[in-house]
Design a protein around this ligand. Structure first.
Ligand SMILES: *Cc1c(COP(=O)(O)O)cnc(C)c1O
Length: 487
């Protein structure tokens, strides 16, 4: 980057404009916004006094529920505690005030953090190389599939236009494959929730680019047939994609790369402790086995001969999927978490998460229907109450649980069962918390039989009880203006 442009981008507080930045100079040189895009009058921002603003945000935050307020067993989402030291790293260090346009020479430390995390994830995943660019798990899936597409185009195998997805998969899998231009073919599951290998084998041919798999799968079962599945997929000339959202129970114990996966993503906001929910910020780094590195998206952080780091774009990359290098603060937290735990600490995460999940599952399975008998890995799925005569649904149970001060589990996913109630306690919860949750779930189940109306009309203690969910989806109140028009 040339130093003349850089000097224009440094915040100059002596000049007028927002944050002291003279906005017109913020443009790329030679690029002018067209007249219909430029503002002609100042934005009509609401004018409010400071106490009103402070009360608004304080009261909003008191209505919020997070891992810091209570137990959050949201299956599939890995709502583990996020150590505060991670936040201190991001906030207090020199990393907080960087500008993405700074020349590489002035941000060597920040690039080193980036490169260290790429290497750590490569080691953890058993992959040759990682990119940190994608902003979320779904974005990582899309990125990985674009790498796969680019790989087959490079080999002149344009006939590979289909992606196989198990029926137990997270909805983002088929959505990402469709976004990447593939046709989706569903693969069935066996009664134990694992992939039906015979069905898979029948669907593999020269039109298939990849099979996407989650392991442990969304029912919390470890897919034991991965070596056989990898062999079948590779014999058909296709690639094996690992949805790493469920990496937590395997962390430091088993590696997707060793199982035969070719491309994978990791949800840093799940497995590597960044607060999430409500839409972010997250990161979905993508790893690839040797031979696929050059197709990873631009830009890349590369090591030069003199040991220094540079940000570069390469012609083989399938393209670009993010601004700058991705969600940098999430990387700092992930690296802080990895270095704090170390290899031994990381290897304890999965067994503890698995122990907690099995403890809760066994304490409730006499009252809740367990369609796939355990032992499970980090999470498990109930199919509603065992006593079907009460008429109490999974939605009723989830809402009733709010009065006990717990976040609800994931409901109606996976789609394999009608009344799915998916519970993931994570490794950071104490036996006391788990016991309190178990007691609440048991009380709800017993009350469903003795006083079903009570359960059906819960919750009673929350700011909203039974909002019109259709209206909330169709006419969401998202802005200050929407709120005013509703008052
Ligand atoms: C969370 C999740 C995803 C999607 O990740 P996002 O970061 O929410 O986009 C994909 N697959 C599985 C199994 C998940 O649990």
């Amino acid at each position: 980057m040339n130093s003349e442009l850089y000097s224009k981008l440094i915040f100059d507080y002596s000049k007028p404009g927002r944050c002291g930045v003279d906005l017109p100079e913020y443009h790329y040189p030679g690029v002018e916004l067209s007249a219909e895009l430029t503002r002609t009058a100042p934005a009509a921002l609401p004018e409010v006094d400071e106490p009103t603003v402070v009360r608004h945000y304080t009261n909003s935050s008191n209505n919020n529920f997070g891992v810091d307020t209570g137990f959050y067993p949201l299956g599939s989402c890995t709502m583990k505690y996020n150590p505060k030291v991670n936040e201190a790293m991001v906030a207090a260090s020199a990393l907080a005030n960087l500008h993405p346009r700074q020349p590489a020479a002035s941000v060597q430390g920040a690039l080193k953090v980036y490169r260290c995390l790429e290497k750590a994830l490569s080691e953890i995943g058993g992959m040759a190389e990682f990119t940190l660019n994608p902003f979320a798990g779904a974005h990582g899936e899309y990125t990985g599939l674009m790498v796969i597409r680019r790989y087959f185009l490079d080999r002149g195998e344009e006939t590979r236009t289909r992606v196989l997805v198990p029926d137990s998969a997270h909805g983002t899998n088929p959505a990402s494959a469709a976004m990447a231009g593939f046709e989706i073919v569903e693969v069935g599951s066996l009664p134990d929730g694992t992939v039906d290998v015979a069905d898979l084998a029948a669907k593999l041919d020269g039109t298939v680019a990849a099979l996407m798999m989650t392991n442990p799968n969304t029912v919390g079962m470890f897919e034991k047939n991965i070596p056989e599945i990898a062999r079948l997929v590779h014999e058909a000339g296709a690639l094996l994609y690992y949805d790493g959202a469920n990496l937590n129970p395997m962390l430091g114990v088993a590696r997707p790369g060793d199982m035969g996966f070719d491309v994978m993503h990791i949800n840093l906001h799940k497995t590597f402790s960044t607060p999430h929910g409500g839409g972010g910020p997250g990161a979905g780094p993508v790893g690839v086995r040797a031979g696929l590195e050059k197709f990873l998206p631009n830009p890349r952080v590369v090591e030069l001969a003199d040991g220094s780091l540079e940000v570069e774009c390469t012609p083989d990359a399938f393209g670009r999927i993010s601004s700058w290098l991705g969600n940098y603060t999430v990387f700092v937290k992930a690296l802080a978490y990895i270095l704090t735990l170390g290899p031994d600490g990381l290897a304890q995460v999965g067994p503890l998460a698995t122990l907690n999940a099995n403890y809760v599952m066994n304490a409730l399975k006499d009252l809740y229907e367990l369609p796939v008998p355990g032992p499970c890995k980090h999470e498990f799925v109930f199919d509603g109450l065992r006593d079907k005569s009460t008429g109490i649904t999974t939605l009723n149970i989830a809402k009733c649980l709010l009065d006990y001060g717990f976040h609800a589990p994931t409901i109606y996913f996976p789609l394999l069962f009608h009344e799915s109630l998916m519970i993931e306690p994570t490794e950071t919860e104490t036996p006391e918390t788990l016991d309190a949750f178990i007691a609440a779930m048991r009380e709800i189940a017993l009350r469903a039989a003795s006083d079903p109306d009570y359960v059906r009309n819960a919750p009673y203690k929350t700011p909203a009880s039974h909002p019109d969910e259709d209206a909330a989806a169709l006419e969401p109140v998202l802005t200050y203006k929407d709120l005013q028009s509703h008052e």
